[in-house]
Structure formats: C-alpha cells, structure tokens
Write a protein that binds this ligand. Sequence first.
Ligand code: F6P
Length: 548
Amino acid sequence: MNMACGSNDLTTDICWQALSTHAEALKPRHLKDLMADGGRFQSLSFRHEGLLLDLSRQRIVPETLERLMSLAQASELPEWIAALFAGEPVNDTEKRPALHSALRLPESASLQLEGQDLVPEVHANLARMAEMVAQLHQRQWRGYTGEPIDTVVNIGVGGSDLGPVMACRALADFQPEAARGLSIHFVSSMDGSQLAGLLDRLNPATTLFIVSSKSFTTIDTLANAETARRWLADASGMADAVLVRRHFVAVTASPEKAAAWGVPEDNQLHFWDWTGGRYSLWSTIGFPIALKIGMENFRRMLAGAHGMDEHFRTAELGENLPVLMAMVGVWNINLLDYHAHAILPYDGRLAHLPAYLEQLEMESNGKSIRRDGSGSELRTCPVLWGEVGPNAQHAFYQLLHQGTEPVMSDFIVPVRRYEAQSETLQRQHQLALANCLAQARVLALGDAALDAEPPTPWQQYSGNQPSTVLLLDELSPATFGALIALYEHKVFVQSVIWGINPFDQWGVELGKKMATRMLEALGQADGDQGMDRPTAGLLGEIRRLRGC
Ligand code: F6P
C-alpha cells in the first residue's frame, strides 16, 4: 500500500465497473418493490453490542453489499485500517498518524509509536484530568476570594467545542451527585455574543475558564479568553498571575503557547498532535464532559468507543458496521447521485449530533484533491445537515417528502428511555419512536405506505428516499461512545475509497489569513486596502455607518 497514493482511477477498476452495471440495473426499482422482500430486514441489518444498523431502507439488495465489499477490498481497505491502528502516518500531508483510537485503549494495552509506548502516557493524562475533576467536584478548587468554584466555562471552537457540547447534553442523565453543584457552559463564537450574555450572569469569584485549543493560536478562542481575563481583572482588581492560576485551565497540544499566554504548567492538561481536533473529545479536550458525567462514565464512553474500534479493526468487511455504513454512502453518492445527507436523531439529548457530524464529515472529507495530488474524479463528501427529527418534521421534512432534491437520511433513536420515570414520559418516547419509524417508512414507500390514493397532485408522495436507521438499545456512555466511533470510522472508510486524506483541513486556512488582512483594513480610516471593488464598497459603507 502506497500512503501517497489515492486509489488511482477507481472508476476504471473492474469492481467499479461491475458496480456501475449493477447500479444501472437497480436504479429503476423503487424501494417499495425492494422492500417487498420478506427476508430483507434479516439480510440487511447488522448488530454490534447495543447498536443495530438497519440498511433495509437503502436502495440496495444483498448483492450490492457484496459488490461494495469487493470494491473496498480492491481499494486496499483492510491495509488502510491496519495502518490507521498501527500509528502509520495516514495524515500524510501533515506527516503524522491519526491515533484517536489510542485514546480509548485500556490501560493493559500497548501501542508503540517511534519506540515509545503511548498507552501509559494516555492514561497518565487521564489520571491528571481525573485529579482536576475530583478537585472541582469536591469543591476544593477555590477562586480569588477563597470561595469554591461552582461554574465552569469552556472556551473553544470546532473540535475543541462541538464534541464536549454534544456529549454533555447527550449524557446529562448520567451526571453523578458530586457533579450537581457545578454548572457548565460553552462559549465558541468569536463575536463575543455568547460570552457577553453569560458574563452578565456569572460570579467572577466562583467561575473557572477552560481554554480548550489544540493549537492555542485560534483567534476565536483567544479573543474570548482575553475578554474573560479582562472581566476577572475588572471585577477583582487582583494581579493577573493570581487570576490566571485560580481561574484558568488550558487544554492543549501546545503547552509552550499556553504558558506564553500565562497559564502555568500545573493548570494545563495536554494531548498530542496525533489527535485531530475533530477527533479529540476522547482526549483531555473531554475535560468538561468528565466534569459533567464524572470520570467513571467518561471511561465507560471510552470503553464503548474502544469496543467499536475493535469491531472495526477485526470484523469481516461484510459484517463491519462502519464499513457497511460507509460503503452504502459511497453507493448513494457516487452511483446513485445523492448529494445531500440529513442527520435526524429522535432524541433531544442528541440535539448537537448534527453539528458535530457536520464538522466530522465535511471537514474530514469535504475535499477534491486526492492523496497523490490529483483532482478527484468522484464526488466526495455530500452536504450534511440535520436537526432533532421531531422538530425537523415541522421544518424541512416537506423538502424530504416532496422536494426535487434526492436526500439520504440517518435516523438515530434509542429504544429504551424513561424506564424509571413517569408513564407520560414513557409515552412521549413511544411517540418519538413511532414518528421515527413512520418517517423512514414514508420516505421509502411514499403513498404506498398508507395504501391510499392521493386525492390531488399536491398530496402525492413519490417516496424512494433512502435512509439508514440506527437503533440504540439505550443512550448510555458506552453506546454513545460506540455511536461516535462508528461515524469516525465510516468517514475514514469513505476517505480510503475516494483516495483523500481525512485528517487535514487546509481548506480553512485561506479564510483565516484573509480575515487577518481584513482586520487591518477595517482598522484604517480610508482607502480600499487593495481589496476588490465589492469588498472596498462594504469597507466604505461600514466606515460611513461607524462615522469614521
Ligand atoms: O477550523 C479549523 C480548526 O483547526 C478545526 O479543525 C479545529 O477543531 C478548530 O479549528 C479549533 O482548533 P484549536 O483546537 O487548535 O483551537
């Protein structure tokens, strides 16, 4: 396997051509015809521990999966999976491995990287994080007045925000007693709007800021951190060094930059450059998660993800959930021409899953240049978006049901919920489950779902919109960990087929550089600062409105 090679000209591969012929034969068949097969659910649904992947509403037959698995073999997927887990430099443009799976290894495991076992280091960092969690839970961390910290604000953006926000919401039911006295907030946006509103309500004497940034150079995060620092100084009148020591923790892979900002070593938690930002919630970036759900549950989340890692690493391709999910995505995108993907959780606790997956999928695979530097002949990552399903039913489902855009969807729902709570709440979950299954069925079958003739053309549903249903036995730290690891590996598999590196993000750099120049231009009293006419026009208008 040549790391610098994309899968050269996949479309000329014999497996691809066979798949294309198969696709042409299958395209005219409507899902209502495919779904008439009685054995379909058995042959197209797959289990791993507390998770069921149901592909029976996809526009496939079992033979499609066989052909897709041949394509995966021809793309050397098993070799790529081995390279990923072995710590080979699969992030070739940045010349490093992508070892998020190492963050989930049990203490008894070992993984050598450049002659050093990573596992003891990973667990030492977890232990350090556990100490800080205990200090905060036991109200031993005190602010500048000596009062215990009771409020934590995580300042971070992208991967240093989305994973922790999502997990804290998803797993809030698992909050241990000791964590109840601590309120946790998240601030990400550079415009200060989240922070300004929050600071008005918080007590500086009892607030701790976690500055989460892998690089510790992200302007969004540093701008928010500066504002927080000034707020503390104004409120307390204390020396900066005292305030930073008592009120700031840095979580970073760049300790020297955090130290230069003023955060002492003792207040830092570290991780490594081989952890990609959008793959970092398993590292010390997960500090707010551990504060919310406790270390025991955090470790259960890691164990659930590790279980999925082991499944991905060892299961046959045709029974491997991330591989199946990814290859059906390739089928939809490249053979059936789907370019939009909706993420629809039927559980409010997963409200932030769509935003998390937007970064995971689109920042990873939203690329058109392959590993070998050539342009991709195939479409890569589709536009992906989503919303809590029941709410989305009252927003964009109209388009899913009757629009002109073909859309593939993922329905995600836990089976058991509220078992120890009221019957009315249990009925509400039953309602969500019923709606989830109903929508997946109507999307697939259209009018045929209710066997009723539509009275007018405007009431017609053509159906044939494919979807995957992911059933979780229940939403727990372990199943949540497995679910997120499932999507991570799905993204990796698709990157292998498309021959691209999913672990870099060069596409966001130009915008950052331009913003620096634009900031300078905005600071000038006049002149177009070398900008194009439309931009110069806006600069002039902004200056006029500001009265300068
Ligand atoms: O937007 C690009 C990006 O680098 C993401 O990949 C990353 O998650 C985010 O910015 C935040 O980066 P950092 O953790 O270094 O502040």
